[in-house]
Design a protein around this ligand. Structure first.
Ligand code: BMA
Length: 311
């Protein structure tokens, strides 16, 4: 009986015992916090493109490197700063946030949120060496974030998730493009669910993972409470050819803030993933920000997620 009770309240994902994997102590320059990083699988090992918030209050990107996907060293200077001159400057005046990496046609793309004078826009950049990033375009108007590219074309078109806000509600949408720059044919995919853990807002989190049964999307869901929002992580499975069609959606979150490093920080009660690495054996590491103050790692397997993640 006791052992049964001890499993109550546990999350499906397994927290790495070395969490938090990265904190401000690992950043070799003055900053306020590090969180919401997207992993990059390279020939040399697993890197993370990190969101670092500077002491002035705006965010930029730095690079962390590892050989095992667990123990990271951060490069001694940032790799991408908000534009201060030229076309992008007014759209990045308040920072660049929440990068999501997708390898598409052998190019490493970073989709990020450009925060500027007029609000949040989705922006697209690419990199050859993970330390220099070339801006390609701003790919949404203001009022949109959580842009994520699919890793291949579907029916001849590039596909992305995004998260416009309409009537105050944030849902996961899908859009299509022929050139990665002009996007349209937008459709709603997944909405918040009244009374659930994801009742307030949701957005795509991890670049979609192709499985034989559909696109697995690991998303974040927010519940608003009298003491503020709670950010949790959940799953939805989408049709391979028509990825706006939901095959199934987990009722319960797979990770909720419970540990001190998820509960206490600049924004309390936040687990916010920006990427995952799927190993050859089906083992998975999910990289997520804790309380907007650190980077954490949770592990699972594709099998475990596909079965228990949808109960
Ligand atoms: C979201 C994004 C994330 C952040 C989260 C919790 O809206 O801005 O960058 O981690 O809120 O504060």
């Amino acid at each position: 009986m006791i052992s049964t009770r001890r499993t109550w309240g546990k999350d499906l994902l397994h927290r790495w015992e070395g969490n938090p994997a990265l904190t401000l102590d690992d950043i070799p320059f003055r900053a306020n916090s590090v969180f919401n990083g997207s992993p990059i699988v390279t020939k040399e090992g697993i890197y993370i493109l990190l969101r670092v918030e500077g002491q002035r209050g705006y965010s930029f990107f730095a690079l962390a490197r590892s050989t095992d996907g667990l123990h990271f060293t951060v490069d001694d200077k940032p790799v991408m700063l908000p534009a201060r001159d030229g076309f992008y400057a007014p759209y990045e005046s308040k920072g660049i946030e929440d990068p999501r990496i997708t390898f598409l046609e052998n190019i490493c793309y970073a989709v990020y949120t450009a925060v500027g004078d007029y609000g949040h826009r989705i922006a697209l950049a690419k990199t050859d060496d993970y330390v220099s990033y070339q801006r390609i375009a701003l790919i949404s108007e203001p009022g949109n974030k959580d842009g994520i590219l699919f890793p291949r074309k579907i029916n001849g078109k590039y596909v992305r998730f995004d998260r416009p806000i309409g009537k105050g509600q944030g849902s996961i949408w899908i859009s299509y493009s022929h050139d990665l720059i002009k996007w349209g044919l937008s459709k709603i995919v997944v909405t918040p669910r009244e009374g659930y853990w994801d009742s307030y807002r949701i957005g795509a989190s991890v670049p979609p993972i192709e499985t034989k049964d559909g696109w697995l999307e690991i998303y974040h869901g927010v519940k608003m409470t009298s003491s503020g929002p709670i950010y949790r992580i959940g799953t939805v499975l989408l049709d391979l050819d028509e990825p706006y069609k939901v095959i199934k959606r987990g009722d319960s979150p797979i990770l909720s803030p419970r540990e001190e490093y998820e509960r206490i920080g600049d924004i309390p009660n936040v687990c916010f993933a920006c990427g995952a690495v799927l190993g050859d054996e089906g083992d998975m590491k999910i990289y997520y920000g804790g309380a907007d103050t650190c980077i954490c790692i949770a592990t699972t397997t594709l099998e475990e997620l596909m079965h228990e993640g949808f109960l």
